[in-house]
Design a protein around this ligand. Structure first.
Ligand code: PGA
Length: 250
């Protein structure tokens, strides 16, 4: 079994003071040694998280250029200075609200990887696509955009399947739904990047994951962890999820 990875996606939540308060509590917990934990925080909060060793940190975005006239954006060297390890790319909220295209997501993915980060690529279908039976083809096409012509790949490959209809809605995909999609995506990845890398990739589920459903999701063969929004905002609920999700790997 792979080492599970639980990644908090705080989205646009928490001031620096709130981040410090979260860490003051979270640092007092004993986290399972078998599990990797990361927090992807708003940019200014990364400076607060840079001073701790309790969790790995991640950014929620990156701009694919070294420096210059890119108002509002953040560079790889700025993130590196905060000790960032992971970078989320292609979250559905950015694809939808900020109109990020597959091509731009791919550019960011490879830029982040080239800068030494572990990109977390998010894919996922809308409810309409699921109901039309197009979910799998859609998510595979999102993988194609990033991996089909890849010249180089990061050592660690992390892909999060986040059905849009399950994000922040309280509607979780069933463990069987998550497994079915992630198995299909792993098989597709194998065709794109080779069997060995696809098997080593950590595939996450995201979308209303919480302590109550984490164990069942993690019991599935192709679910290697989670990308967690709402349930990661309070230290105790994030800890409970991590513990439940790690129960089978301890
Ligand atoms: P959620 O968000 O856990 O609040 O559904 C997950 C995500 O969007 O990464």
């Amino acid at each position: 079994m792979k080492r599970p990875l639980f990644v908090a996606n705080w989205k646009m939540n928490k001031t620096m003071a709130e981040t410090q308060a979260f860490m003051d509590e979270f640092a007092s917990y004993q986290l399972p040694e078998t599990t990797d934990v990361a927090i992807c925080a708003p940019f200014i909060d990364l400076a607060v998280l840079a001073n701790q060793k309790v969790v790995a940190t991640g950014a929620q975005d990156i701009y694919p250029a070294e420096a210059g006239a890119y108002t509002g954006e953040i560079s790889a060297s700025m993130l590196a200075e905060c000790g960032v390890k992971y970078v989320i790319v292609g979250h559905s909220e950015r694809r939808t609200l900020l109109h990020e295209t597959d091509a731009f997501v791919a550019e960011k993915y490879h830029y982040a990887a080239g800068a030494g980060f572990v990109p977390i690529l998010c894919v996922g279908e809308s409810l309409a696509q699921r109901e039309a039976g197009e979910a799998e083809a859609w998510c595979k096409s999102q993988l194609d955009a990033v991996f089909a012509d890849a010249q180089a790949l990061p050592d660690e490959i992390v892909v999060a399947y986040e059905p849009i209809w399950a994000i922040g809605t309280g509607k979780t995909a069933t463990a069987a739904d998550a497994q079915e999609m992630l198995a299909a995506l792993r098989a597709h990845l194998a065709a794109l990047i080779g069997e060995e890398k696809a098997q080593a990739a950590r595939l996450l589920y995201g979308g209303s994951m919480k302590a109550d459903n984490a164990r069942a999701l993690m019991a599935e063969a192709d679910v290697d962890g989670g990308l967690i929004g709402g349930a990661s905002l309070k230290p105790d609920s994030f800890l409970a999820l991590i513990n439940e999700g790690s129960a089978l790997s301890v």
